[in-house]
Write a new protein. Sequence first.
Length: 95
Amino acid sequence: MLAPAYDFVSTISYVPDENFALKYSRTRRIDGFSEDELAHLAAKVQLPENLVIETARETAALFHQYWKSEKANLPLTTRVVQAIETHIKTIPMAR
């Protein structure tokens, strides 16, 4: 679950790519990281779908909350911040 956020900071501003480093359930595509993909993954690993989806929603909401308040305090260049913000808009679960 943390891989998408890890990809924001570690790779996306340096290596523009529409794919995550790791495959989730059916896709590596960033724009494919949706509730449907998480529901498929939940079924595959036999976890309650609602728990997985709600946890992802909560994680995304917290990411946005902390990103907004802390991005100026992080040791990131303007280019990196802009790359992350552009990238976030392509991820269905992060919108």
